[in-house]
Design a protein around this ligand. Structure first.
Ligand code: ATP
Ligand code: MG
Length: 338
């Protein structure tokens, strides 16, 4: 498929992220509906070409748990990535609309993400690097797929150079500057699963038990999209000094007074990162609300030492995953309700 911007008719906007926006489009010649992600990057033409070359790897990624890829092209000054459109959107949008996701469905999500991650790593040696609810997509056929994985080293570098938008799904070892491994994805998965089950971002500033706000109601404290100070993130980009310390526009707007509204108090990004490194990992609580095998699984994802933390492949053998596979659950019917 030879994709050209002129052949794409814009239908609606699907969402906005730190690095750009995603639009629902029709590829007029074929009538295929696609999601077009526009990535704002500030890079030389040669770097753009390199990015496009690297993105071609996505043509070889075929798994029922990976969003399929139609192609990418340069549309000055941006790069456009066209992929399968998932009509129910991302899981962050879904839980913010309908509230906490039932734990049996979270089990299916965990299984799907692990299968996607295992495929990417075993077949292509790709580490996802950005597992979070907004990168786990759902459709009305009841399928769960992951998107936005780090195929292009050049793209990762370009984005890191222009803005440092980093989320709080980052593992303790990454915050401390260690290399990315598949186990960092596992940590991010653990945080994401708690978020989906609780219907709120799991970190709050006053300890694990303080999930309620002043009124005693469960209020969604959204994960802020924050700019990580360079002192912390530079160490992780292989020792190279990033060229610029500017944050993206969206970051700038949000990061100034960024706070985690837990218990009515504020937690700054630095405090949050310190919290992730120094405090015990969050858990699926209260205990009586979640099955033991689910809690055991999440605890394993959130082992702070990456050496003891399992890989996605190890996790596929966990009891909760095996049980989730055989659980009769009509995801298509659930899709109709959301
Ligand atoms: P960040 O920029 O921090 O990674 P993000 O993942 O939300 O955050 P984008 O990847 O730009 O940012 O995506 C923006 C939104 O567009 C997502 O939250 C999701 O709801 C929607 N979206 C992305 N890809 C698709 C797709 N293939 N099909 C349907 N919706 C999509
Ligand atoms: Mg995304």
């Amino acid at each position: 498929l030879d994709l050209r911007n002129e052949d794409l008719r814009e239908i609606s906007e699907l969402g906005q992220g730190n690095g750009g926006s995603v639009k629902k489009v029709e590829h007029v010649p074929t009538k295929i509906i696609m999601a077009k992600k526009i990535v704002l990057i500030d890079a030389k033409p040669s770097v753009r070409k390199q990015i496009l070359r690297e993105l071609q790897i996505m043509h070889n990624c075929h798994s029922e748990h990976i969003v399929s890829f139609y192609g990418a092209f340069v549309s000055d000054p941006n790069i456009c990535i066209c992929m399968e459109c998932m009509d129910k959107g991302s899981l962050d949008g879904i839980y913010k609309r309908v509230g906490p996701i039932p734990i049996d469905i979270v089990g299916k999500i965990a299984t799907a993400v692990l299968e996607g991650l295992t495929y990417l790593y075993d077949v292509h040696r790709i580490i996802h690097r950005d597992i979070k609810p907004s990168n786990i997509l759902f459709n009305s056929q009841g399928q769960i797929k992951i998107c936005d994985f780090g195929v292009s080293g050049e793209l990762i570098n370009s984005i890191a150079d222009t803005f440092v938008g980093t989320s709080t799904y980052m593992s303790p070892e990454r915050i401390q500057g260690a290399q990315y491994t598949v186990k960092s994805d596992v940590w991010s998965l653990g945080i994401s699963l708690i978020e989906l089950a609780l219907g709120r971002f799991p970190f709050s500033d006053s300890g694990d038990s303080d999930f309620e706000d002043a009124e005693g109601t469960l209020s969604p404290s959204r994960p802020p999209s924050m700019a990580v100070p360079h002192s912390l993130s530079a160490a992780s980009s292989g020792g190279t000094t990033p060229k610029s310390t500017t944050t993206s526009r969206k970051d700038k707007r949000k990061s100034m007074g960024v706070s985690l509204q837990g218990g009515g108090m504020m937690m700054s990004i630095l405090e949050l990162l310190q919290h992730i490194v120094n405090e015990p990992a969050p858990k699926l609580t209260p205990e009586d609300r979640y099955p033991a095998d689910a809690r055991e699984f999440v605890d394993a994802c959130l082992l702070k030492d990456p050496l003891t933390r399992p890989t996605p492949k190890d996790l596929l053998k966990y009891g909760w995953v095996e049980r989730s596979r055989t659980t009769e659950l009509d995801l298509k019917a659930w899709a109709d309700t959301i």
